[in-house]
Write a protein that binds this ligand. Sequence first.
Ligand code: ADE
Ligand code: ZN
Length: 336
Amino acid sequence: MDVEEFIKGIPKAELHLHIEGTFEPELMFEIASRNHKEIKYNSVEELKKAYRFNNLQEFLDIYYEGANVLVNEQDFYDLTWAYLTKVHEQNVVHVEIFFDPQTHTDRGIPFDTVITGIYKALEEGQSKYGISFKLIMSFLRHLSEEAAFKTLEQALPYKKWISGVGLDSSELGNPPSKFERVFEKARSEGFITVAHAGEEGPAEYIWEALNLLKVTRIDHGNRCLDDINLVKQLAKKQIPLTVCPLSNLELKVVDDLRNHPILKMMDNNLLVTVNSDDPAYFGGYMNENYIEIAKALHLSKKDITQLVINSFKASWLPDPEKEKIITQIEIYFQNN
Ligand code: ADE
Ligand code: ZN
């Protein structure tokens, strides 16, 4: 079997996925229509043409605009269900997904509406598709510390549903240190912590995420390679990096996938994983991310297997479940 077929068939985990970033234009128009909401573009084709970004901020402006048509619990359910259906077809068996409550609560949508819609779909995905899941609530870092505290307060009644908290949105000028106290409170409430760092921001932001926010995983982390001591620390502690190849290409974090640092990261013994970030906007879900990076860097089946195993190691699944799936993956590698 060739590498592409190998990628399609291997059981995978996704650890860096924004549910709002899975909003396909077709579904967006459908939901906008039933909610009597305007979209700035006249057609799916016109909307897709707007998906050309020079940096993170240009993407975020369009991404937040798209999310504006989500109003009812059913909308959040449909969005999440569409994602699960898609990745089930791609042999994804475990997902750890972000949601951005502030994108919705700031428009007057109740926190309960958002999380209940998403959670019901995740439960359905578990029972119908066998996809296990964790939910991560992400704070928008361009908003204030006070707003993050308010969001954390709103999340407390739903603690059983939320495994961790994260930090996303406009990175430059919004360092992790801005959220040190909120993350301290989140940890004291039992949440695991992660943060986007080193996507556009400097290696220093990765240090801050580790030392001040005490994160157990770094989302992206590309810029760690600028600092040899940081690389050593990440390797020593085996802090996972949730890398997103097509996102990096579309947001100009890398100029060409052939120059993507993922192999260099692996060579430095970093626990790197492959993820899709915002697949509806960046041209691909999990399989496409693996296939495109494999093509660009001539990854072998062994490399692919290592990346997939890394994802399960880096996941928040209980150890016995990790061991079970890793054994299955090793058998898949031997047979294919
Ligand atoms: N929100 C959604 N996708 C994001 C990304 N790649 N970086 C920061 N915030 C995001
Ligand atoms: Zn992201």
